[in-house]
Design a binder for this molecule. Structure first.
Ligand SMILES: Cc1ncc(COP(=O)(O)O)c(C=O)c1O
Length: 395
């Protein structure tokens, strides 16, 4: 056995959970994706999807993807920089920029590569990147690739952010990067206070709208719009993999920032462009979320209903203000066990353990869609309550 294999063969954490029958990953869905899916022929209630608008099996979006495939083919076989730009990409960029309230936008192949390619390339050796310690992994990877000094502050702790800003040289660029909605805990960045600090310390702000788009703000324009602070935020990114029912991502900003990214962002330049189908699907989803106002109303009605039910049943749900409802477990083994108990009752939820959260903050994450019904929520609350009580997580 080579040294590499010898080293990797020691990684046995997945096997530990497999042997105990609670390994929760890579389950196969063999049906259309909505609030109910089938796995191995068994009906399962889906509470793990990020499809907040419930659009992943929408007729208009499916047709848009099929028509784009017929017109342009299945792939672009090249980077946006060279042969991979379609008029479809450019149309979508214009619509996204207008939607989030910025001058221009760029479409990338995934949301992950947006953060990786944007956070790493906006600032320089003499500059600073400041991140919330619960920012998404893609932001973490982006900052790790950057040559700037990297500073982290405790989650949403504005005094801690100010302390870090005080450490920075006053005339250096200081970029604060935050999730608008934190993906595991469902709480919002304290944008009003971050904007106040930005102005006090002459910093810049980038907001990740992955979980805000479609959900918050006028017509789902996101958290920046929700707070009325779009003009004060310098850079906005979003993904197509959640409310926009596709795959891909974008960054939106002023013309000069986009000009810089268009010619310097490595994951944009050195990676093939988004497929015609994915691009057309995201564009059609963007049209639907602006037209179908009832859909967002349904999402908020079901979210408020579920928040009330989970709270009343005695779950610890933290500071969430969104369709992401964390049910805290505070124990990795029990987090997997409760996920398995739920699955046995036909409920799919996502276990969250480090590095997606702090070791003491393990949880299961319930995510809601506009298409969930009150009956489905009632079923989930009843059976999750039983499972949490059985494992002594709640009384
Ligand atoms: C906050 C946040 N940013 C970025 C991403 C990456 O987006 P994508 O899955 O579209 O690559 C995710 C997805 O998990 C996310 O939750």
């Amino acid at each position: 056995m080579g040294l590499l294999q010898e080293k990797l063969s020691k990684f046995r954490l997945p096997q530990y959970f497999m042997e105990r029958g609670v390994y929760p990953y890579f389950r196969e869905i063999d049906s259309a994706q909505d609030t109910e899916v089938t796995m191995d022929g068994k009906r399962i209630l889906m509470f793990g999807s990020n499809s907040y608008m419930g659009l992943t099996y929408h007729e208009r979006i499916i047709n848009a993807a099929i028509e784009a495939t017929r017109k342009y083919g299945t792939g672009c076989a090249g980077s946006r920089f060279l042969n991979g730009t379609l008029d479809l990409h450019v149309q979508l960029e214009k619509e996204l920029a207008e939607f989030v309230g910025k001058e221009e936008a760029l479409v990338y192949s995934t949301g992950f590569t947006v953060n990786e390619g944007v956070v790493s390339c906006l600032t320089d050796r003499n500059d600073y990147i400041l991140c919330d310690d619960r920012d998404h992994a893609s932001i973490v990877d982006g900052r790790r690739l950057s040559f700037s000094t990297q500073l982290k502050y405790k989650h949403n702790d504005m005094a801690a952010l100010e302390k870090e800003l005080q450490k920075c040289k006053p005339d250096a660029v200081k970029l604060i990067v935050v999730d608008g909605v934190f993906s595991m805990e469902g709480d919002l960045a304290n944008l009003p206070e971050i904007v106040r600090l930005k102005e006090k310390y002459n910093a810049s702000i980038m907001v990740d709208e992955a979980h805000g788009l479609g959900v918050f703000g006028r017509d789902g324009r996101g958290v920046c719009d929700h707070f009325g602070l779009t003009d004060q935020v310098d850079v906005i990114m979003g993904t197509f993999s959640k409310s926009l029912a596709s795959i891909g991502g974008f960054v939106a900003s002023d013309k000069d920032t986009i000009n810089w990214l268009r010619h310097n962002s490595r994951s944009y330049i050195f990676s093939a462009s988004n497929t015609p189908a994915a691009t057309a699907a995201a564009r059609e989803a963007l049209h639907i979320i602006q037209e179908d106002k009832q859909r967002r109303q349904n999402l908020w009605d079901i979210t408020n209903y579920a928040l009330e039910k989970f709270r009343a049943a005695g779950f610890e749900i933290g500071e969430t203000e969104s369709p992401i409802i964390p049910l805290y477990v505070h124990d990795a083994d029990k987090t997997f066990e409760v996920t398995k108990l739920a699955f046995d009752e036909g409920i799919f939820i996502n276990p969250v353990i480090p590095p997606a959260c702090a070791p003491q903050d393990t949880l299961v994450r319930v995510a809601l869609m506009a298409t969930h019904t009150k009956e489905q929520i009632d079923y989930a609350v009843e059976h999750l309550t039983k499972a949490f009580k059985k494992l002594d997580i709640i009384k």
